[in-house]
Write a protein that binds this ligand. Structure first.
Ligand SMILES: O=C(O)[C@H](CS(=O)(=O)O)OP(=O)(O)O
Length: 225
């Protein structure tokens, strides 16, 4: 099995084989919580206008929209797992558009198959890949706004690669280090966009035992396994 780590939207464009699109802070952590809280399916969207048009056609669907970390005006929710904690999304269809995560999905046009990942379901994703045993795996760390490196996404990519290669990886230590690095924004009292509680929710390593798979045409995501 050949495993390549790629980064950002440009990396997603190059991805081939079984492709893992990673966004730890916060898109694909949020999606795990949404499925855990009952969501039926998620529609990943790149373009905001398209997301609003879909919501207008289906007013009962929930629209989650984020740009530069902030909730987009007119959306039902932003990108924060804390914002939706304890809400019931049973049987709901979710429209999700974000700066980085969903951009990765819509740009991974060369992928044979797409699954998303974050620290909260990394081990489940590695197990899924091991079961499928593809020749080629592309792991894409989506980064900040899809254009520059985010340490938490690269960390998750390296963790999944280490699991696939059965190598030791000190994930707890690395997550702790994020508090003073890429995750410091969650602890900055002047920052009103990233709630502190999101850090713990997004770094709850291997909390979920399921995988999120995107359909071949890239326009629906479902919880599998
Ligand atoms: O909402 C988020 O946490 C991020 C913001 S940024 O674009 O990465 O700075 O969006 P996401 O698409 O979840 O990475």
């Amino acid at each position: 099995m050949e495993i390549n780590i790629l980064e950002c939207i440009e990396g997603a464009k190059q991805a081939q084989g079984l492709t893992v699109i990673i966004d730890v802070f916060r898109a694909f952590s949020l999606e795990c919580y949404l499925f855990h809280q009952g969501a039926k399916r998620i529609i990943p969207i790149g373009n905001l206008n398209q997301a609003f048009a879909l919501k207008a056609e289906h007013p009962d669907w929930c629209l989650f929209g984020e740009r530069k970390g902030a909730k987009v005006d007119g959306c039902d929710f932003g990108n924060s797992p804390n914002e939706i904690a304890h809400l019931d999304f049973s049987n709901k269809t979710i429209i999700h558009t974000t700066s980085a995560g969903t951009q990765g999905i819509v740009n991974a046009k060369g992928a044979d198959e797409i699954v998303t990942a974050s620290l909260v379901n990394a081990k489940a994703v590695a197990r899924y890949i091991q079961q499928k045993n593809p020749d080629l795996v592309s792991i894409v760390a989506m980064g900040n706004q899809g254009v520059c490196r985010a340490d938490e996404d690269l960390l998750c990519a390296q963790y999944i690669k280490a699991l696939l290669e059965r190598k030791e990886f000190r994930i707890d230590q690395e997550v702790e280090a994020l508090k003073k690095g890429a995750g410091a924004k969650f602890f900055d009292p002047t920052n009103l966009i990233f709630p502190e509680a999101d850090f713990a929710l997004c770094t709850n390593v291997d909390h979920f035992d399921f995988v999120i798979q995107v359909t071949k045409n890239g326009n629906r995501a479902y919880r599998i396994q």
